[in-house]
Structure formats: C-alpha cells, structure tokens
Ligand binder design. Sequence first.
Ligand code: ZN
Length: 159
Amino acid sequence: MNTDTEGGKKGKPNFFWSVFTMKCPRCRRGKMFTNNNPWNLKKVLSMYDRCPECAQPYELEVGFWYGTGFVSYGLSIVLTIVSFVAWYIFIGMSVRDNRFFWWMGINIGLLIVLQPWLMRMSRVIYVHFFVKYDSNYKNTSVKTFDYNSEGYSKKTSTD
Ligand SMILES: [Zn+2]
C-alpha cells in the first residue's frame, strides 16, 4: 500500500529554505541554477529551462525576468538597512569620526561582492511569487500563464 506519496505534506520542504537554497517553487526539490557557485560569473544566470524534478518551466514567458530588477533593488535596500543596524550596534557611529563613511564604503563593497548572489536570489524570489508549492506535483500539470495553457486559443491583449 506504500504508494507514491512522498510529496505529501509530511515531506514539505520549508519555504525559506527552498528560497535560500534556490530550489524550484513548485516542488521545492529541483535545482534552479546549473552551477552551485554564483561567483562563477560565466554561469551566474545559467538556469535549467525546466525543473529537473517536476518539469516546471522557470521562465514563464519571454522577458519574464525583467521584473527581477525591482526585487534585486529591494534586496539591496534590505541588506543596506541590515548592515547599517549591525554596524551601529557593533561598531557605532559618531559625528566626530569617519565611522559612518567606513560603513558606507564597506556597504557598497558588500553589495558589489554580493551582486551575483543577489541576481540569482531575485530570480528565485520572483518566480516564487508566481508559482506556488504543489505537494501533489507528480500528478498535476505545471503552472503556466493562462495564455500558454491548453484550451486557451484566443489572442490576448497586453495587460
Ligand atoms: Zn520542481
């Protein structure tokens, strides 16, 4: 009676963990990027077309990834706030010395160094907005935008 139900609720991978480890939003098991190291700059955005585990396509339409610019902008702001608070707590700031400018320089350096990771992370977060976890992914069809799905033949206008 042990049927193929390992994708059930019991084995549901954590949302944040699947984002952090850059896994497919639908099954939370398949990898999104072909190379694990984002700092391998030749392969920084080299992705699987479809999830190796559940066949979910990642680029849901042509130009889908353009929206990730806003996500990476938001992530940069969050990181800046976090580094500011951490600096303020552990190192402190004063108008009488240059500690504020040290923070600014280090924060800019940090954002540059993290850029490849941020580019990937913004794609991961972005696709998680559109594709939800499906515990039954082995028996359901992949998520697509309406006009890409079967039985939708009318031409659509843009949003
Ligand atoms: Zn998947």
